[in-house]
Write a protein that binds this ligand. Structure first.
Ligand SMILES: CC(=O)[C@@H](O)[C@H](O)COP(=O)(O)O
Ligand SMILES: NCC(=O)COP(=O)(O)O
Length: 237
């Protein structure tokens, strides 16, 4: 079984665009869990342009599935994760001004840093995952950090798949095989969607969790808009 963790960053983006509390991020998390989601993912960024640090605290009592907090382990992020103690922390090497995540860790160059940070989270019973490109050297490097899991960065796969290039799954299959041999748990995320998720899941052995946000929220709009238009028209009769 592969768990679906819903990334709710985009709900916060929408809320922030009006400055109020619509849509309500905590209510949305409660609803998606009620609808069957097996986890909630957030990725607070230093500029707090979507999910804010306060949201991370507000969500903590309401997330009864797996709570996954992603981010660059700057001191403020580490402090927050240690206070909240989510199910999982996913370390992502984002630049401060990154529009979205655009690369995995260089697990060889940052080995010592990752070992220290991961040790602290694990000592606090927080499962760790690190975001990596589908590169065998980076998977070996990830193992050396002591992390429980890796999150395969799936943007390259998703882009090529949308162009019809199914061969783009190959490096992910090889990395997953190596990770399984090394007894690293495997998560995946970034640009996964209704279009590509089944093919990805069917090809990756022991895929434990996917975190999906951008496409899932867009698809929810597409698939829900007909119903809402009808409801408005009904009220305007
Ligand atoms: C690590 C990853 O791929 C996701 O967390 C993604 O970066 C979401 O972040 P944004 O919502 O800021 O794009
Ligand atoms: N870890 C990936 C994630 O949480 C969601 O990424 P995306 O679906 O918004 O691209």
């Amino acid at each position: 079984m592969t768990k679906l963790s819903v990334n709710i960053n985009k709900i916060a983006t929408l809320r922030n665009s009006r400055g109020g509390d619509v849509p309500n991020v905590v209510q949305f998390a409660k609803d998606v869990q009620r609808f069957g989601a097996e986890g909630i993912t957030i990725h607070p960024r230093p500029d707090e342009r979507h999910i804010r640090y306060q949201d991370a605290y507000d969500l903590e009592p309401e997330v009864y599935t797996e709570y996954n907090i992603e981010g660059n382990p700057i001191p403020k992020f580490i402090d927050m994760v240690l206070k909240i103690k989510p199910t999982q922390v996913t370390l992502v090497p984002d630049a401060v001004d990154a529009i979205t995540s655009n690369a995995g860790w260089n697990t060889i160059k940052h080995k010592d840093f990752l070992i220290d940070v991961i040790k602290e989270f694990k000592a606090n019973d927080i499962r760790t995952s690190i975001f990596v490109d589908p590169d065998l050297h980076q998977i070996e490097g990830a193992k050396a950090t002591g992390t429980d899991r890796i999150e395969l960065y799936t943007e390259a796969f998703a882009h090529q798949y949308s162009l019809g290039n199914k061969i783009a799954i190959d490096p992910y299959v090889k990395c997953a095989d190596l990770a399984n041999n090394l007894q690293l748990g495997i998560n995946a995320g970034h640009d996964l969607s209704l279009e590509n998720i089944k093919f990805f899941k069917d090809n990756i052995a022991n895929l434990l969790e996917v975190s999906i946000g951008h496409a899932l929220i867009a698809e929810s709009l597409y698939l829900g808009v007909e119903n809402v238009i009808k409801m408005y028209l009904d009220k305007l009769k």
